[in-house]
Design a binder for this molecule. Structure first.
Ligand code: ADP
Length: 310
């Protein structure tokens, strides 16, 4: 079982030709309300790919909350530990430009009320977890409690360092696998990471720096350039593995990282090693960018396997 602890947001998305600069107003050319939130997205991505998933979270007693719960439950995610809060459901205001680039503002709402007590209340599902998947859209105390519970249950703890925040060293130590994009990797390490086409030796130095922070396994996603697996637990010589990008026509990259995380969780829970999980996730995330929206754009296992065969 995969247990995802974290956020659910209603995504309020406007499509536009280009993103506005500060102080500027641009004309949009379409609006949609979609289910989102990094954790709900991860849960849906994993469930659509065939994972058995429980989500631990909080929503408001409002139409957005009902919509979000229906969306995750609709793909078979167990929502027995999604509770209601007096706070409104979290929302994300998203702009997507013609190239599929986005910028996002979030109001946490009910997500901000998710607490270590909610983690304790979810002991029944956490006890049987193979993978616990986390992001930073809920309080650090809650993330830490969930990481500890996952660790104690013998699960692999997968931490998506997004939206970026400094994490306590205890959390870095509890995360079996850190999942970051290159921006988050640079913030975590305090200096930039290599660009596309860099040599394995450059990434090996990055791997060592993560190791210095107590993180042994890292997946760095590089957008359209694929991803890199940094695995200090692998034999020398195979500690850096590049995952080539899957060529697609991207129309909306919102939630690509969440699709990647959910897909990694599914493959880890199925017993894959990190590099195989990343290869599968790379295809799943690429396919997710080819359709507008987030959860509704996520592929099924058969879609990914078909693409892996071609
Ligand atoms: P985030 O969405 O968290 O910023 P990235 O932009 O790195 O993360 O995207 C996550 C993953 O999604 C990438 O590693 C890649 O597998 C896939 N992806 C994102 N954008 C594209 C794209 N334009 N073409 C192919 N794959 C993509």
């Amino acid at each position: 079982r995969i247990v995802v602890v974290g956020s659910l947001n209603a995504d309020l998305t406007i499509y536009c030709d280009r993103l506005p600069q500060p102080g500027e107003t641009v004309q949009g050319n379409g609006f949609a309300v979609n289910p989102g939130g990094k954790s709900a997205n991860q849960a849906v991505a994993a469930a659509r790919l065939g994972g058995h998933v429980s989500l631990v979270g909080a929503v408001g007693e409002d139409p957005n909350g009902a919509m979000l719960e229906a969306s995750v439950a609709g793909v078979g995610v167990d929502v027995g530990h999604v509770r209601t809060s007096a706070e409104p459901t979290g929302v994300a205001v998203i702009a997507v430009d013609a190239r599929g680039e986005n910028n996002i503002i979030i109001s946490a709402g009910a997500n901000g009320t998710l607490s270590p007590k909610d983690v304790a209340d979810a002991a029944d599902v956490l006890e049987g977890a193979a993978v616990v998947s986390l992001c930073l859209e809920v309080s650090m105390d809650t993330v830490l409690a969930a990481a500890q519970a996952g660790h104690d249950a013998g699960a692999q703890v997968l931490l998506n360092l997004s939206p970026y925040a400094e994490i306590p060293s205890a959390l870095a130590g509890l995360a079996d696998i850190l999942l970051v994009n290159s921006h988050e990797a640079a913030l975590f390490l305090g200096s930039s990471v290599p660009g596309a086409g860099a040599a394995a030796s450059e990434w090996d130095a990055v791997r060592s720096r993560f190791g210095g922070h107590g993180v042994q396994q890292v997946l760095v996603t590089l957008g359209a350039n694929g991803s890199v697996v940094l695995d200090s637990l692998a034999p020398a010589g195979s500690r850096v593995a590049f995952v080539q990008p899957t060529q697609v026509h991207a129309v909306d990259t919102t939630g690509a990282g969440d699709a990647f995380t959910g897909a990694v969780a599914v493959r880890l829970a199925a017993g894959d090693g990190l590099a195989d999980a990343a290869a599968f996730a790379s295809v799943a995330a690429a396919l997710a960018t080819t359709r507008k929206g987030t959860q509704a754009a996520y592929p099924e296992a058969a879609d990914v396997e078909r693409r892996l065969r071609t």
